[in-house]
Design a protein around this ligand. Structure first.
Ligand code: SF4
Length: 69
């Protein structure tokens, strides 16, 4: 499973970091860092993070392109 965060939408609310800390991290001024290749045991957490994100910046799916990040 792959994930993409639309960083132009992301407001750094960090709900995703709270829900899936192995995939999403906030690093000070750099903003959100994440691993686009989601390990199987983190997929459910990333799904919850995508639902919880207040600006729906998290896309998740087999077909999600990671181009243009
Ligand atoms: S929950 Fe959404 S807005 Fe907040 S840091 Fe994650 S992707 Fe960005």
């Amino acid at each position: 499973m792959r994930t993409v965060v639309d960083l132009t939408r992301c407001q750094g609310y960090a709900q995703c970091v709270f829900l899936a800390p192995k995939v999403f991290q906030l690093h000070g001024d750099e903003g959100l860092l994440y691993d686009p290749a989601v390990p199987d045991d983190q997929v459910e957490r990333v799904r919850q993070a995508a639902v919880a994100c207040p600006v729906q910046a998290i896309l998740l799916g087999e077909e999600v392109s990671t181009d243009g990040r």
